[in-house]
Ligand binder design. Structure first.
Ligand SMILES: [Zn+2]
Length: 277
């Protein structure tokens, strides 16, 4: 049934409602606002949900959907650019089937910028960051950090895997009780790259192996932050070994996707030919 036929069969109040509905739809830039959304979904090969709540495995997420609009579109463009650094198919390989874009994201009462849910294949990302920090390089860091948690689960079926080869790079060192430690200790700066000891970027890296690797991966892939890692690598053989090991792990993981050329390139910017020296 065509739209003209439909209108002929409607009463006055129906037509008024129809006009009101049309006016509401037309007043919003439908094409413009969904273009970035569609483009990002197509480029990344995953579903991106921004207009409703996606339940998580533990039912502990509390947030508002990012919604449509310029701020979400700007975020989607950054997301697309950053995840294009991975080989095509990488997100699916890392068991990410859905990215849920949020505002004011809380998990179990903690205000946080993101949450990986590898059990259901959902990566929650807050477009407004957390605790008032929403600079683009912070948001970019978070994207790569959280994706690394998903990747590790896909590799080891364990988000908190204790990798013997990794532990061997920091002999005698005992990690803390995981990233959760930092949420309850708000008086300490866990995130600045203070290089607290050889092989570690910041205090957050010392809370758990999985956070250590996710921080290095994030800094490697965040263009604005990588110079700090390059500077640390120049004087820290343990850090060079970690970058090298992480790069080799990811090249193996992505081998049949054609490898991970971007990571290989940025790793070699950091370690050159000097691994282990
Ligand atoms: Zn983490």
């Amino acid at each position: 049934m065509g739209i003209l036929t439909s209108v002929k069969q409607l009463g006055f109040s129906d037509i008024a409602l129809l006009l009101l509905f049309s006016a509401t739809i037309l007043s919003q830039p439908v094409q413009a606002r969904s273009g970035a959304h569609r483009a990002a979904e197509q480029a990344l090969g995953v579903k991106i949900v921004l207009d409703r709540i996606v339940p998580d495995t533990w039912q502990l997420s509390n947030y508002q959907p990012a919604g449509f609009g310029g701020e979400t579109d700007a975020y989607l463009q950054i997301l697309q650019t950053e995840f294009a650094k991975y080989p095509p198919g990488f997100l699916r390989r890392a068991h990410v089937s859905t990215i849920a874009l949020a505002r004011n994201y809380h998990f179990n009462g903690n205000h946080q910028a993101a949450m990986p849910d590898p059990c259901s294949g959902v990566l929650y990302l807050a477009i407004d960051g957390a605790h008032g920090i929403d600079s683009s390089h912070y948001l970019i860091h978070v994207m790569h950090h959280e994706l690394n948690h998903m990747t590790e689960y896909a590799i080891w079926q364990d988000q908190y895997y204790k990798w013997p080869a990794w532990a061997a790079l920091s002999p005698g060192f005992q990690y803390g009780d995981g990233g959760i430690t930092a949420y309850s200790d708000t008086g300490t700066d866990y995130y600045s790259f203070v290089h607290p000891r050889p092989g570690f970027l910041n205090l957050y890296s010392m809370t758990g192996q999985e956070e250590d690797r996710s921080e290095i991966m994030a800094v490697l892939l965040t263009d604005e932050e990588r110079p700090e890692l390059i500077a640390i690598c120049k004087k820290d053989a343990a850090m060079r070994k970690k970058v090298d090991l992480l790069n080799r792990l990811m090249q193996d993981f992505a081998e049949d996707l054609g490898g991970f050329p971007h990571l290989a390139a940025v790793s070699s910017e950091c370690i050159g030919n000097s691994v282990g020296q």
